[in-house]
Design a protein around this ligand. Structure first.
Ligand SMILES: Cc1ncc(COP(=O)(O)O)c(C=O)c1O
Length: 464
């Protein structure tokens, strides 16, 4: 069955998704899970899928999709993805696929070079940014235990004199996956200290210094997490001064670049990432704006030997002293998809020049729209965009301030049910805001302005 063909059958004037209610989606999909004794032909399956599932899938490749980090596979990525799917290679161990293992190892090294990381750095593929962040916090804690003279892998948090003193420090705008990581590590969310941010939703260095000098005697800070592209506003924390402070205190620095790191590659935006090479660990999700099949995420480490703290040896698999590379020693799963291949084929197919241009286009479009909207009384700009995310509030003339949150929610709900355009909703500084995420190179300033026009028209229909 050719999934690309199914996708292409959808006429361009159709909504980008059905906008149907959960009840309608459920009733459409139910026949698909009526498991029967006898199989059905692929043609019959294709018909069922086309009729019942596809209308409820979102067409990420359409310029009206301006809400989240998803992307249809780029052609080169789709090519590599199909090969990875057909051969279904595991990549954690030499025995399971010498070719896939070596391809992944080479890709990790090439990516370290592409991001100008130290010659001693290394990386591993991961399922998603959440797990990359989790592994980074685990490695940071492990490293901190080693400074105190014990092996964290053996003793766990009980090795620390007082585990309740352990904290990781980040900003209020950091992704919630950090809380997940602390839950899973048994430290609990209470061990995450979140710093207030400045007017551009970034870590304020003076505030950070004050917090750290205050916390220093009371707590054991095992990690600082800077975000390179926050989820709500795309803000990039000032990495270099944060790295300098971490160095002064001897704290592990993790940079969560799940969304933002890709833009390091665009020369005009590179200055936002100064100091990146000083981070002890970095998360990046090519499955966000790179147009590679999900899952595709990476964890980079400044010193490749730090991956040794992750290693788990087996008798049948990943044996200690195996002469061949076993990438599974760098992360927990024993089975992972061959995510490196679609990333490699996509980069090779596009070439760096086109790839960088594709990344630049949405950033420039957002910059232009921000400037266009600066004197628009009906749109409140909530921040100056660093990357391709713009948070706004629609503020019709004379509309009471106290109902503005409900108005944003109303507009968002209407876009959800109409299915013509896709935008997202979030909260920043306790205000409900509309969020435009622009990652598609087909989106121009005028396609974003059409969304603004649409938002304004919907807002006029709201009665408080
Ligand atoms: C900054 C940031 N970190 C981590 C994540 C989690 O990544 P994933 O969805 O791949 O688990 C996200 C997801 O949006 C994110 O924006």
């Amino acid at each position: 069955m050719n999934f690309l063909a199914i996708r292409m059958k959808k006429p361009l004037n159709m909504p980008i998704y059905s906008g149907a209610s959960p009840e309608k989606v459920m009733s459409d999909l139910k026949p698909l899970v009526e498991f029967q004794n006898h199989g059905i032909s692929l043609e019959a399956l294709q018909h069922l899928i086309e009729e019942r599932l596809i209308p409820h899938l979102i067409q990420y490749d359409r310029p009206e999709f301006q809400s989240l980090f998803n992307f249809f596979p780029e052609h080169g990525a789709e090519f590599g993805g199909k090969i990875a799917l057909k051969y279904n290679q595991g990549v954690t161990n030499w025995q399971v696929s010498p070719g896939a293992v070596m391809m992944e190892e080479l890709c990790c090294r090439a990516l370290c070079e592409l991001f100008n990381l130290s010659p001693n750095s290394d990386a591993t593929f991961m399922y998603c940014g959440t797990y990359s962040n989790q592994s980074a916090l685990y490695l940071a804690l492990h490293w901190s235990a080693e400074q105190r003279g014990f092996d964290f892998a053996k003793k766990g948090v009980q090795g620390f004199k007082d585990p309740s003193r352990l904290v990781a420090v980040t900003s209020q705008e950091a992704h919630f996956s950090l809380k997940h990581a602390l839950r899973i590590m048994g430290l609990g969310e209470q061990s995450l200290v979140t710093l207030p941010v400045d007017t551009e939703f970034k870590i304020d260095i003076k505030t950070m210094q004050e917090y750290l000098s205050e916390l220093h005697d009371k707590k054991d800070i095992f990690c600082v997490v800077a975000t390179a592209g926050t989820t709500s506003t795309g803000s990039v924390d000032p990495i270099l001064p944060i790295a300098e402070i971490c160095n002064e205190y001897g704290i592990w620095l993790h940079v969560d670049g799940a969304y933002g790191l890709a833009y390091f590659l665009v020369p005009e935006w590179k200055h936002l990432f100064v100091g990146l090479e000083l981070a002890d660990s970095i998360t990046w999700d090519p499955h966000k704006q790179f147009g590679v099949p999900i899952p595709n995420s990476l964890l980079f480490l400044r010193r490749k030997e730090d991956f040794d703290r992750m290693a788990m040896y087996g008798d049948y698999w990943n044996r200690k002293g195996d002469p061949e590379p076993n990438p599974g020693l760098k992360s927990p799963p024993s089975t992972r998809p061959f995510s490196a291949l679609p990333l490699i084929t996509s980069i090779r197919h596009l070439g760096l020049q086109k790839l960088i241009q594709n990344l630049r286009t949405p950033l420039s479009a957002v910059e232009t729209v921000y400037e266009n909207l600066m004197n628009n009384p009906e749109i409140e700009l909530c921040h100056k965009p660093d990357l391709g995310i713009l948070c706004i509030r629609v503020t019709p003339e004379g509309f009471p301030e106290k109902h503005l949150d409900q108005l944003q929610k109303y507009v968002y709900d209407r876009t959800k049910t109409e299915g013509k355009r896709s935008i997202s909703l979030t909260k920043i500084q306790n205000k409900t805001v509309l969020r435009l995420v622009i990652i598609n190179e087909l989106i121009t300033p005028s396609t974003i302005m059409e969304t603004i026009k649409y938002i304004k028209a919907l807002a006029k229909e709201y009665h408080y």
